[in-house]
Design a protein around this ligand. Structure first.
Ligand code: GDP
Ligand code: MG
Length: 735
């Protein structure tokens, strides 16, 4: 018979390491339906048995407080694994046993893997597994997940456990007289009406009611409103009582008693210290420096800068390889397919689209690799700890800092890995607020556009303006976060519960697995949708194309130029597809001008073009003409497309994003443009809808509803700001 087991434990207890040790390469990563918590499964063969092991999300507790915690307990009650392996960090026992305590109360068949005994030993802590086993009355197996020590014994203990134990066996912990009395009343009512008895032991349901657990209360109401009413009334009475007598809520009393229970167990000879307990351990010594009030932030900035450098400079080479591979592919198609719609679709729709997705892969890999180093070594927790005070003001969390940096907090990042980096945030609202505001940062693709406009209108002070716009991005992102957290994402800030785990040397194996898992998820998630959207965008800028008369008109003009030219030059021209060297530059110029006019006319007539034209009356408020509008619509594909589309719309032909000098001059001389319009456009481009790769990632990390919100919110927000800039600027005559 196949056995199912689950692995539960605190973040950083070594779950992933043990999971990899036990399952090797036989694992599969998926998602829990509807949320972005990873669901990992692996197969173990042991003593001729086949075991499916599920890696549950790391949690400190089992409240209804975060997605991870809900997933953990829902999994346990719905799937009822035959054994739950609870991995605890022996060097940090007291805190780790809090989760153990709740698993015992739920009554799941438990086996404790006492991990990191090597670390504990280094610190002079010895944990006596057999004593702990006797006191907790569950098997306790000492292991070192990193080296694999003890894993056979652990599996043996699990198999032995399945052989004897059947069914759940919830543990009673006393919560003091007041609560125990209420608990008994609650349990009686629950038992009489069999409320939720399919899923939870009645004592567990009762405790959850006292803990004011949203999910259970909601389930109770749905299942049996009458009984739920009685229970809620009982709880309300007790709450009022504890409030009056002790000035606390029952949940606090429950937590206190759980810690008390753990303390009492630990005091009975489980732990013995070789050294003085208040001696400074290595980690504490390191922390003295790294989280020092003065030196800490400086070191942090240096480290973040190094991560940034590593991510963006080291990935440059593979990114260039990928780009040239796709350019080569494009060139192959260019020379092997006949001109026409199919070719244009393959090149501009498919190759550019897929290239766009895969082009991010090296970046994402390098970024996740650096984050994995920071995370596995324990430093990320320190960064979060130091940044928390500042980010809290804006309704964010200390852990928000990494996504912001990666997205372009130092100009030139990318919002795609930034959005994915928000996974380190545990609270859903703070995570959403971060997710929605990271696209405000100045990513690498916005830089050519900023460079074009700043170069054209403020060339005298380029570096200063670049710096200014980076600061502006931070300011606006933080303010927008504040706005979101006071409106659609209102809610109390999460207390900073993340502990500071001891520093550790990350293992290469761990780093590589972390990096690969996350990167592959990006490819799988983003890759599928993006092809479709990319083709749609191409189509909207291509169809319906030019009318027969218009096409004929341009052809006629070309003929006219050609027939005016001496016949041998004209023949050569035709053979070269309109390109010719020195002698006929003038002719060449005339032809190019006609070609550019045709491309412009085709763009103007396309769906995107018509949309741009029809938007003009509105966008005039911000000083944008229809050509700018088209470019901004194109910018949804990727922000750097704004430059090339502006080029087409202004009849400049193909514009290289790097060599946009002449386009800048063209804009400078255009009546529609001046300094005020340029600033309005800059503001709009910095803050309007993220590019569609980012939007797809937001959707995959949250939901399409939030992705749509992000597009709408950002665009309206950006437009209001652009209008304000333009109107005030024009009023003050700054143009
Ligand atoms: P998770 O958050 O529970 O999945 O924890 P990980 O498996 O990612 O482990 C966190 C860190 O602890 C990693 O750097 C591991 O290499 C390290 N680690 C895990 N188990 C042990 C162990 O038994 N001994 C030592 N020294 N380090 C360990
Ligand atoms: Mg892990």
């Amino acid at each position: 018979m196949q056995l199912s087991m689950a692995l539960a434990g605190n973040p950083n207890a070594g779950k992933t390491t043990l999971f990899n040790q036990l399952t090797g390469a036989r694992q599969h990563v998926g998602n829990y339906p509807g949320i972005t918590v990873d669901r990992k499964e692996g197969i173990i063969h042991h003593q001729n048995r086949t075991i499916t092991l599920t890696d549950l999300p790391g949690t400190y507790s089992m409240t209804a407080y975060s997605a991870e915690e809900l997933v953990t307990r829902d999994y346990l009650v719905n799937e009822r694994p035959q054994v739950v392996i609870n991995i605890v960090d022996a060097s940090n026992l007291e805190r780790n046993l809090y989760l153990t305590c709740q698993l015992l109360e739920l009554g799941v068949p438990l086996v404790i893997a006492l991990n990191m005994i090597d670390v504990a030993k280094d610190r002079g802590i010895e944990v006596k597994a057999e004593v702990l086993e006797k006191l907790l009355q569950v098997p306790v197996v000492p292991i070192i997940a990193r080296s694999g020590f003890g894993k056979q014994e652990l599996l043996n203990a699990c198999l032995r456990h399945t052989a004897v134990k059947t069914g759940w066996n919830p543990r009673d912990i006393s919560y003091g007289e007041d609560l125990d009395t209420t608990l008994n009343e609650l349990i009686t009512t629950i038992d009489e009406n069999a409320l939720l008895s399919d899923s939870y032991p009645s004592r567990y349901t009762a405790i959850k009611y006292l803990e004011n657990d949203d999910q259970i209360i909601e389930k109770g109401r749905r299942n049996d409103p009458a009984t739920a009413g009685i229970l809620e009334e009982l709880v309300a009475k007790t709450t009022a009582h504890t409030q009056k007598t002790l000035d606390v809520f029952p949940e606090a009393i429950i937590a206190d008693h759980r810690y008390g229970y753990i303390k009492s167990i630990l005091r009975q000879g489980v732990v013995s210290h070789k050294f003085d307990t208040d001696r400074l351990y290595t980690s504490d010594k390191i922390d003295k420096v790294l989280t020092n009030r003065l030196v800490g932030p400086v070191i942090m900035l240096l480290i973040l800068f190094a991560v940034y450098q590593f991510t963006f400079s080291w990935s440059e080479v593979p990114v260039t390889w990928l780009e040239s591979a796709f350019t080569w592919l494009g060139a192959q198609v260019e020379s092997n397919l006949p001109d026409g719609l199919l070719k244009s679709m393959i090149i501009s729709g498919i190759i550019d689209g897929v290239g766009g997705v895969l082009g991010f892969v090296p970046l994402i890999m390098f970024m996740f690799f650096s984050i994995a180093i920071l995370e596995d070594s324990g430093y990320l927790a320190r960064v979060a700890f130091m940044m928390d005070r500042i980010f809290r003001i804006f309704g964010l969390h200390g852990s928000s800092v990494m996504p912001f940096i990666v997205s372009g907090g130092i100009a030139g990042g990318c919002a795609v890995p930034g959005v994915m980096a928000t996974r380190t945030l545990r609270s859903p609202k703070e995570r959403m607020a971060t997710l929605l505001t990271v696209p405000f940062m100045n990513c690498g693709a916005k830089l050519p556009v900023l460079a074009l406009l700043i170069g054209a209108f403020f060339s005298e002070n380029k570096p200063r303006y670049m710096f200014l716009f980076t600061m502006l991005a931070w300011l606006v992102a933080l303010l927008a976060a504040k706005i979101l957290r006071s409106t659609v994402l209102r809610g109390a800030p999460t207390p900073f519960v993340m502990e500071l785990p001891p520093y550790r040397f990350p293992t290469l194996r761990g780093l590589l697995i972390h990096t690969w898992e996350r990167t592959f998820q990006y490819i799988k998630k983003a890759g599928t949708v993006i092809l479709g959207i990319s083709i749609l965008l191409w189509a909207s800028m291509t169809f319906p194309g030019l009318s027969v008369e218009k096409t004929a008109f341009f052809e006629q003009q070309r003929q006219a130029v050609m027939s005016a030219a001496p016949s041998e030059i004209a023949a050569e021209l035709q053979a070269d597809g309109g390109q010719l060297s020195a002698p006929a530059t003038d002719l060449n110029d005339q032809l190019r001008r006609i070609n550019n006019a045709e491309t412009e006319a085709r763009l103007a007539n396309s769906l995107a073009g018509r949309l741009g034209t029809s938007l003009e009356p509105v966008t005039r408020l911000a000083g944008f003409d229809w050509r700018t509008d088209i470019a901004l619509i194109g910018g949804f594909a990727a922000k750097e497309v704004i430059v090339s589309t502006l080029g087409t719309a202004y009849s400049m032909g193909e514009v290289d994003t790097e060599a946009s000098e002449s386009l800048g001059q063209r804009l400078q001389n255009d009546n529609n443009w001046n300094k005020v319009v340029a600033v309005a456009a800059l503001v709009f481009i910095m803050f309007y809808a993220p590019c569609f790769v980012t939007v797809v990632c937001i959707a995959k990390e949250s939901s399409w509803k939030w992705a749509a919100f992000s597009m709408g919110f950002n665009t309206i927000f950006a437009f209001v700001m652009a209008v304000a800039v333009y109107q005030v600027g024009m009023l003050l005559n700054l143009g």
